[in-house]
Design a binder for this molecule. Structure first.
Ligand code: AMP
Ligand code: GLY
Length: 420
């Protein structure tokens, strides 16, 4: 079959790698891709948020399955355009993608489904939002309602800080995303991510992971898109995962069906777990990046069979062949990230790496210039490995890191510290 993947980060490189492991794949095109993806697939220039352009491209290239990586094309309705044109597609409709694109929508669905989550209020003006904050006290969480590239959440330690965040959001600091604000109870506990494939009411768990959002060792410093991840997440034990499935995931997916907007695609549930009880922090309508890298490393070729079954509405008959293994990915980022950083610096040592089903250097922000791989983003490479234990996976991932010659890059040396 001919497959098209939309996106060009580490997540999409991992998806492309897994897809290419499966003999079913005859041809893979990734738009826009990156320098690492270009070594295993054809990369194409395409406006991936333009449904019409994607449909036309899929037709011209006789595509049998489209896998949508990031949230932006989903929120723009690209999955709907493809489905309307008759293409099998992995990714939710624009309506269902509101589970990520609108925090108040998700809170309301949780209420209707009786799913445990933080208590909240939803506000369209600063005065009533501030009155709520003063009544509730701190710590408290202030969130821009819409998509804000992961930056629209402020954990306020004091009422004054929360009021300042409210002023910022209504003042336009997050553009349209901040025109409405959700204020949530601050939840304590340990966070983990639960990944499921969903087609309507059928739900298939495909793995758990934990990531490190802060830039500095010991989970300190500024928030980032994620500096590393590992799978499985010990805190998401079978018992906790079953609770999350029964109390959160299945009731909310049933609520989506009831409303005539069934969910289809991968569902990424961010959970807060305390004393064995999971509560929903947020839903994302895509794979996490870099969580996808560790999931793909563990699933390998079967990922394509599962994704295809999901896209074709055959999840009820699908099953995951679990291996008792562990995976870790370490993000190599440009010095300065998540602040400003230099672009175009050359990365050496990549050609000499030994890559196999236990070791993969996935590329995120890279491109090729004059025959050399150069860094073009903040998060640049994902050293990813698998082992019988997390310690073995970590040792292999850091060996990959150490084989790369990139003086302008850095990584955290403590990925997985909680679990190790
Ligand atoms: P979100 O964009 O909703 O995932 O929020 C980003 C991060 O903020 C989450 O991964 C949590 O670490 C934290 N967070 C969000 N909401 C809450 C909450 N109600 N209580 C505690 N932490 C939260
Ligand atoms: N790594 C967090 C995310 O993809 O949202």
């Amino acid at each position: 079959m001919n497959i098209l993947i939309l996106g060009g980060g580490g997540r999409e490189h991992a998806l492309a790698w897994a897809v290419m492991q499966n003999p079913k794949c005859d041809k893979l095109i990734v738009a826009p891709g990156n320098a690492g993806i270009a070594q295993i697939a054809e990369c194409a220039k395409l406006d991936i948020k333009d449904g019409g352009a994607v449909v036309e491209f899929a037709g011209e290239n006789a595509i049998d399955l489209v896998i949508i990586g990031p949230e932006a094309p989903l929120a723009a309705g690209v999955a709907d355009a493809l489905r309307d044109a008759g293409f099998p597609v992995f990714g939710p409709s624009q309506e269902a993608a509101r589970l990520e694109a609108s925090k108040s929508f998700t809170k309301e669905i949780c209420d209707a489904a009786g799913a445990p989550t933080a208590g909240y209020g939803h506000f369209t003006d600063a005065a009533s939002a501030k009155a709520h904050v003063r009544a509730e006290g701190a710590p408290i969480v202030v969130k821009a309602d819409g998509l804000a590239a992961g930056k629209g959440v402020i954990i306020a330690e004091t009422v004054a800080e929360a009021e300042a965040a409210i002023d910022d959001m209504f003042g336009g600091a997050f553009g349209g995303a901040g025109a409405e604000v959700v204020i949530e109870e601050f939840m304590t506990g340990e966070e983990a991510s639960f990944f499921l494939l969903v087609d309507g009411e059928d739900v298939l768990p495909i793995g758990t992971a934990q990531d490190h959002k802060r830039v500095g060792e010991g989970d300190t410093g500024l928030n980032t898109g994620g500096m590393g991840a590992y799978s499985p997440a010990p805190v998401l034990s079978d018992a906790v995962a079953q609770k999350a499935l029964d109390e959160i995931i299945k009731p909310t997916m049933a609520e989506m069906v009831k409303r005539g907007t069934p969910y289809s695609g991968v569902l990424y549930a961010g959970l807060m777990i305390e004393n064995g009880q999971p509560r929903l922090v947020e839903y994302n309508v895509r794979f996490g990046d870099p969580e996808c890298q560790v999931l793909m490393m563990r699933l390998g070729a079967q990922a394509l069979d599962l994704i295809q079954a999901c896209a074709e509405g055959r999840l009820a008959e699908a099953q995951v062949n679990w291996a008792e293994d562990h995976a870790m990915t370490v993000v190599l980022a440009a010095k300065g990230y998540p602040g400003s950083y230099e672009k175009g610096t050359a990365i050496g040592g990549l050609g000499a790496l030994t890559e196999d089903s236990f070791h993969q250097m996935f590329h995120a922000g890279t491109s090729e210039k004059d025959g050399k791989v150069v860094a073009t983003g903040g998060r640049v490479l994902n050293a990813t490995a698998r082992g019988a234990t997390l310690a073995e996976a970590a040792e292999r991932a850091y060996a990959l890191v150490d084989a790369v010659d990139w003086p302008e890059g850095f990584c955290r040396r403590d990925i997985g510290w909680r679990a190790l």
